[in-house]
Design a protein around this ligand. Structure first.
Ligand SMILES: *Cc1c(COP(=O)(O)O)cnc(C)c1O
Length: 376
């Protein structure tokens, strides 16, 4: 029995005990053999999750640090097109504007990306494209493979935010022609917050910008990583590395295929409950775009207040997420990423069902029952 609330958020997520325990040990030298081995093992275990053979570096900063590193090292001064259909796509666009000549290819949040608009911009000479694979703010999974087909056809570099897909859903960075991809520690990896990892393709290295940031200079990361023992350029967040290492061992033990299938099963369970209640999923999907398998965004029905709904769920010891920015009070989101399974999901859905009723919504059918059907 844990005293902390159960976090069914799209990050942070519950952290397995072995992962937490790894952070309590005595300090180790980050220029020593043990750290070098741990860093090397982390990159080895991360590669299959990214679906890449490329070099991977671990940065001491949350996912946003990796977003900035990607754009600053490969987009500085270049023509960048940012695909946007949610908050994180917009964040990448904002970063792109700081460093390059950026244009937004926007859609309404949660609606399909403008693929035709992307192709036009590539014809007009876009050199770098930014994409969010799993748009956490709207619960939509964007068609990375399709975008990669276009960027590679036109010889543009593809930067992909895989922060809430890598380690939870299928990512095949190499096969999809993704040049730079990154993940954050507190999402599907079920590690503590504060680290990110980034992969860089040989093609991206050829396009490395001259004018790079200092702390997030990926060429410095590359030089340090090639040393023996493997290093980072500056002092890393060592306790978080130790935890990440354990988290990746947990993932390796489960097996990537099984892990992805578990996430997909949980996603099917939430979607079945939503339908049974008579609620609507928020994203608009079209066969190319899909519902996210790691976070589900559900429309808040009329007359129900977000505060009442999530407040009651929280009274029952479970935290779910609201909408961000323009989606505030319009949707709620259930995260199902990391180390959670049927018990966590069923208690969450029971709490939501109860709270929907309490908040004045007449649920149509038994959502928990519908979810169970998907989990057996
Ligand atoms: C969480 C998240 C980020 C990064 O956010 P941090 O607060 O820096 O961890 C970026 N992109 C997506 C899609 C995310 O879900």
């Amino acid at each position: 029995m844990e005293n902390e609330p159960l976090l069914m958020l799209p990050g942070p997520v519950p952290i397995p005990m072995t992962v937490r325990a790894a952070m309590t040990r005595q300090a180790i030298n980050h220029r020593g053999n043990e750290f070098g081995r741990i860093y090397a093992e982390c990159t080895r275990m991360l590669r299959p999750l990214f679906g890449t053979k490329n070099e991977i570096f671990v940065l001491s900063g949350s996912g946003t640090a990796a977003m900035e590193a990607a754009v600053a090292n490969f987009g500085e001064g270049r023509a960048i097109a940012s695909l946007v259909n949610g908050k994180f796509g917009e964040r990448l666009y904002r970063i792109a504007k700081r460093y390059g000549n950026a244009r937004e290819i926007g859609s309404e949040w949660g609606e399909p990306l403008d693929i035709a608009g992307l192709e036009r911009s590539l014809e007009e000479g876009t050199e770098v494209v930014t994409l969010v694979h799993n748009e956490t703010s709207a619960g939509i999974r964007n068609p990375a493979e399709e975008v990669g087909r276009l960027t590679s056809k036109y010889g543009a570099l593809l930067i992909m935010d895989g922060i809430t897909s890598i380690g939870g859903d299928l990512v095949e960075a190499d096969r999809w022609h993704v040049d730079v991809a990154f993940v954050g520690s507190q999402k599907c990896l079920a590690a503590p917050a504060g680290l990110s990892a980034i992969s860089v393709s040989p093609r991206a290295w050829k396009m490395l910008c001259e004018d790079r940031p200092y702390y997030l200079d990926l060429d410095a990361y590359r030089k340090s990583a090639s040393k023996n023992p493997m290093e980072t350029p500056y002092t890393p967040a060592v306790p978080l590395f130790l935890a990440l290492h354990e988290a990746l061992i947990v993932i390796e033990k489960e097996g990537l295929t099984q892990r992805i299938e578990r996430h997909r099963r949980l996603a099917r369970a939430v979607r079945a409950a939503t339908e049974a209640w008579g609620l609507a999923l928020y994203p608009k999907i079209d066969g190319l775009h899909e519902y996210s398998n790691t976070v589900t965004a559900i429309e808040i029905p009329e007359r129900v207040k977000d505060k009442d709904l999530r407040g009651m769920v929280k009274k029952l010891g479970i935290e779910i997420a609201g909408g961000q920015d323009r989606l505030k009070e319009r949707i709620f989101r259930i995260g199902h990423m990391g180390a959670v399974g049927a018990p966590e999901m069923l208690s969450t859905l029971s709490a939501v069902e109860f709270s929907l009723r309490r908040a004045g919504f007449g649920v149509k059918g038994n959502g928990v029952q519908a979810a169970c059907e998907m989990l057996v």
